[in-house]
Design a protein around this ligand. Sequence first.
Ligand code: AMP
Ligand code: GLY
Length: 424
Amino acid sequence: MNVLVVGSGGREHAIAASVAKSAKADKIYCAPGNAGIGQIAECVPIGAMEFEKLVAFAKEKAIDFVIVGMDDPLVGGLVDAMEAEGIRTFGPRKNAAILEGSKAFSKDLMKKYKIPTAAYENFDSAEAAKTYLQEKADFPIVLKADGLALGKGVLICNTLEEALAGVDTIMKDKKFGDAGNRMVIEEFMTGREVSVLSFVDGKTIRIMTSAQDHKRAQDGDQGLNTGGMGTFSPSPFYTEEVDAFCHQYIYQATVDAMAAEGRPFKGVIFFGLMLTPKGPRVLEYNARFGDPEAQVVLPRMKNDILEVMEACVDGTLDQIDLQFEDNAAVCVVLASDGYPVSYEKGFVIEGLDKFDGAEGYYCFHAGTKRTEKGIVTNGGRVLGVTAKGNNLKEARANAYAATEWVSFANKYMRHDIGKAIDEA
Ligand code: AMP
Ligand code: GLY
């Protein structure tokens, strides 16, 4: 099969690396890709939102299978555009990607189908939101821009004043753009967060191994929210009891709800869960692999990824026995100092070759670019260094050792990725 992966981050590198291991893969392309992906696939300079160009490219190169990694093109309808030309594509259509594309939609869906989540109200106007805050709210409270906001459209407000200002930030100042045309105000929950990714074929769901992300920029979960500074898998907090609860009340219920709404979901559903004292609750849905969850989950998957993805497209996922290695993986993100606010780019990265042939070690590129000087930093998140181990402690020690193999100016990382496992 000729395969086209759409996206340019560490997640797409992890996806492309799994595809490269598939017995079914011939030629792999990635649009637009990055310097690391360029070592295993041919990168083509077409942006993920340039649908016409992507479709034309797929036809020209006789692409058999397209994998859309990122949320924006999924929510924008890239799968529909490919399918309209008869090109088999992994990912939800636009009418199903709304599960991630609109938080108001997903909250209403959960309410209608009694899927456990935080209590909430949706608002179309800043005035109505403020009246609600003044008359009904308990604090802290959570404000969410309705649409896609790079994972940053969530404000946790401790006081009424903060919340009123937050409404202006989202709906009046439009800090998150059109994502703030509507907003959700929801109950603040406490507990440990777990990311559970799944493959879905419209009716059947297969759960992958669990993971946990570290969203804040600094150690001890301090600092600003980022796209994710590191992950570990599996999560020791995702117990059999939690798994049983989620199977009973969340996973299949979500797939069935989407089908009942005439929006059958095919692709990856990412369940962002919070393990509250009252039981697991859905924090959010994503319509794609997590980044950097994919970087710890996919290296542990035993199946041929193309076989599983084709089963999702064909509606035959019930015939797939999804299997993961009985080990652990940790990913530490190497970022540019100053991320997520402002940072410099263009610094040469040394030591990448140390990963060549190192079994159980992976260096997934996020923001990198090949230049005549060599491979240079080209983003806030630069690399995701993943290592496996027999257990989480070993995987963590291995991953941190491997972070020393590479160097570049302004290299920044958290030093406590996976530290929570000490408490498990
Ligand atoms: P989201 O993009 O919805 O995952 O939200 C980003 C982060 O905000 C989550 O990972 C949580 O840490 C936090 N968050 C979101 N919703 C809530 C909530 N209802 N209660 C507490 N924290 C939340
Ligand atoms: N790591 C969180 C996300 O991909 O949304």
